[in-house]
Design a binder for this molecule. Structure first.
Ligand code: F0G
Length: 388
């Protein structure tokens, strides 16, 4: 359970749950309201370390669909997980495995959300926790969470990719179990987003899934979930997986656009979406395989498009997300406009993290507070004009 790399080739390991038993839509009713309701397709680990992760809301967005020009649009609000991001799914499974493997310390590198999640679940399990973050590059809400839950927060000068290299290199010397998405148990938890979509859409999976891509674990995990549903005969249609990267941190979008065999890494990734400011995604092979098998694609979007997508979501639907979580909406809007994606489909966008994770004022610079007098005068003038 402790190793997460193949001893022969050094590649990432994959977990396979062998079972003849699988849930059906009917058999799920009345089960626990967390990822653990899908127990047949999760590893059998005894008592899980859980905070009630999963079962996040799937919201139909008619006004937003009209604005960006698609027939049907759903947004899955992963910000409603216990620590406010999809990471809780994988960390619940990963920390349960760490306990089973006899670890007393866990570690991860993080752009913020994994750190917040691991800190909380380690506290719940009574484990020591250290998180390595790129100094000065983590959103304030996430840093606050990691500190609040009592993790040792270690700052690394450099990028997330530098922090991950350090975590992987030093884990053994500090006796810690690594819970980044190179750890295959993480993906087992995260694949449950696919099961939930299947359940929430009453078994009809004729939609495309749009997911932000950073280290590329989540898009791989969600695809794994759909493949398992298909293997067990629960679905006929496998959704297309469409990935969204930020233009300043887009090695996989570039690789796919140019039809290359390998990505060229981005040494100094830059984007307002700090969660996906990653230049060397460790799960790139899995992600590219998932996207190609599904018939999908990975595209990149500009920061300005992400900001506009956040604004549109928030003001047209009253739902919000941190910048990375808005990248799928930004992508849809741009690719529908350019004709690269068809309008006449159902799209599910994964809003991966809660908006209060990153309450930077730069994200709402389009709406500056005004002195009350100005507002009253303006509103009064409008009323007078209306009366006239
Ligand atoms: N969206 C959010 C909000 C994230 O926090 C992340 C990753 C992603 C998307 C991308 O997911 O890496 O599986 O492709 N955050 C990691 C972290 C890297 O440390 O919290 P991915």
């Amino acid at each position: 359970m402790r190793s997460y790399r193949c001893r022969c080739c050094g590649g990432p390991l994959e977990v396979r749950v062998e079972t003849d038993q699988v849930f059906s839509l009917n058999s799920l009713s009345g089960r626990v309201q967390s990822i653990w309701r899908y127990e047949e397709l999760l590893p059998d680990l005894g008592n899980p370390v859980t905070l009630g992760e999963g079962m996040t809301r799937l919201v139909r967005c008619e006004r937003l669909a009209k604005l960006i020009g698609v027939r049907n649009l759903y947004v899955k609000l992963e910000g409603t997980n216990p620590t406010g991001s999809f990471k809780d799914r994988g960390i619940s499974v990963g920390v349960t495995v760490a306990l089973r493997a006899g670890a007393d310390k866990v570690v991860c590198a993080s752009t913020g959300n994994t750190a917040a999640s691991l800190a909380a679940y380690a506290a719940r399990a009574g484990l020591e926790c250290a998180v390595l973050i790129p100094k000065g590059k983590v959103a304030s809400g996430k840093l606050f969470q990691a500190r609040l839950f009592g993790a040792v927060v270690c700052e690394v000068s450099g990028t997330f990719d530098d922090a991950l290299r350090t975590a992987l290199r030093e884990a053994e010397s500090i006796g810690a179990y690594v819970l980044n998405s190179v750890n295959p148990w993480r993906l087992e938890g995260q694949k449950t987003a696919a099961f939930e979509l299947w359940e929430q859409m009453s078994g009809d999976t004729s939609f495309d899934v749009v997911v932000p891509v950073g280290n590329a674990g989540n898009i791989s995990a969600i695809w794994k979930g759909f493949e398992e549903l298909s293997r067990h005969g629960l679905i006929d249609d496998l959704p297309r997986m469409i990935g969204a990267q930020s233009s300043g941190a887009a090695p996989l979008a570039r690789m796919m656009r140019l039809g290359l065999d390998e990505p060229s890494w981005v040494d100094d990734p830059q984007t307002i979406a700090s969660a996906i400011r990653i230049g060397r995604p460790v799960n790139w092979k899995r992600a590219i395989r998932a996207v190609r098998r599904s018939g999908g694609m990975i595209y990149d979007v500009e920061d300005s498009e992400i900001l506009e997508a956040m604004r549109l979501m928030a003001t047209s639907e009253g739902i919000a997300t941190e910048p990375a979580g808005a990248a799928p909406i930004a992508l849809l809007k741009s690719k529908i406009q350019s004709g690269e994606l068809p309008r006449d489909l159902t799209y599910v966008c994964i809003a991966t993290g809660h908006h209060l994770k990153d309450p930077s004022s730069a994200l709402v610079s389009w709406n500056e507070p005004v002195p009350v007098e100005d507002y009253l005068t303006r509103a009064g003038l409008q009323r007078t004009r209306f009366r006239e």
